[in-house]
Design a protein. Structure first.
Length: 135
């Protein structure tokens, strides 16, 4: 997701189709990423705000995920990005979530529905019990 603009140079003697092939090859190249110094943090809270030019993503840890928090969420990380990168990020995240749901099932984002679903499953009789019939 590099946003560094690349300058494509077109040799004067190159035919138009050769220039198009060169451009396609440059766009198809992978960007090398060095992440050994990357900071890793966990977040279960995200606030998105922005300006006409940029998006601001604030990440933090909500220590009270159920109900209305009584303490403020501490924002520990902030990402400021442009809308072009945000759109590419949206596409990459969407693909990742779709792949996860295809393998593991649909992700329910409503905490209340997840909690009531877990309660229902706990109250249902277990099927396929590993223990044999009582003798």
């Amino acid at each position: 997701m590099a946003d560094t603009p690349t300058k494509e140079t077109k040799p004067e003697s190159a035919a138009p189709d050769q220039a198009a092939q060169q451009g396609a090859q440059q766009r198809g190249n992978r960007v090398e990423v060095e992440d050994k110094d990357a900071f890793c943090a966990y977040a279960n809270f995200c606030r998105v705000t922005g300006t006409p030019e940029e998006l601001i993503l604030d990440f933090g840890l909500n220590s009270q995920p159920y109900g209305v928090p009584t303490e403020p969420v501490q924002v520990k990380q902030r990402i400021v990005t442009n809308y072009f990168t945000a759109k590419r990020m949206l596409q990459a995240l969407g693909m990742s979530v779709q792949n996860h749901e295809r393998v593991f099932g649909v992700l329910e984002t409503d905490v209340q529905k997840r909690a009531t679903g877990a309660q229902r499953r706990a109250s249902e009789p277990a099927s396929g019990s590993l223990s044999g019939p009582a003798t």
